[in-house]
Design a protein around this ligand. Structure first.
Ligand code: ADP
Length: 153
């Protein structure tokens, strides 16, 4: 069984994240969206809220599961039997950051492959940090989040 972990902060989950998952569904038997919860990191939204939005977005997708995790991503992969880490790439900045993480993860756990999908052009500029800024300054962020959760924004 091909199981992929899609790790991230998802603070909040955006249309860019949704697009990566929807396009990865045909590639894997199961995709586990792992919402990171590091005690040293500051989040705008609680872990419960981030999980709820993602669960709502994929309520009709049988092969998508949503959980939270702490600690090393490769350790969590082993725990859930995932041989693949799924990540999205928007631009060269993402590439530089993501390739380092992927090389380090490969060094830690040679059996786990990182699979990258390029973002669809219409979502290239969507970025959780900017979405958070819009929300903090009371702007309208609806257009940047999945349709299923737009009423909450
Ligand atoms: P992290 O805190 O681990 O960077 P994010 O929630 O920001 O987590 O992102 C999780 C994954 O989704 C990363 O691989 C990131 O590159 C990808 N991603 C974020 N926004 C987009 C987007 N608009 N299009 C495609 N991939 C994206």
């Amino acid at each position: 069984m091909k199981i992929a972990l899609f790790p991230g902060s998802f603070d909040p989950f955006t249309k860019g994240h949704e697009d990566i998952i929807l396009r990865a569904i045909p590639l894997f038997d199961k995709i586990v969206i792992g919402v990171g919860n590091n005690s040293s990191k500051k989040y705008l939204f609680t872990i419960e809220q981030r999980l709820e939005w993602i669960k709502k977005t994929f309520s009709n997708q049988a092969s998508v599961e949503v959980t939270n995790y702490e600690g090393l991503t490769v350790d969590y992969c082993k725990k859930i039997n995932a041989n693949y880490i799924l990540r999205g790439l928007r631009n060269p900045v993402d590439y530089n950051y993501e390739s380092n993480i992927a090389y380090m993860n490969k060094a830690l756990e040679n059996n786990i492959e990182t699979v990258f999908l390029l973002t669809s052009p219409e979502f290239m500029a969507i970025n959780s940090t900017i979405v958070r800024d819009i929300i903090i300054h009371k702007g309208n962020a609806k257009q940047f989040v999945p349709l299923a959760i737009q009423n909450d924004f």
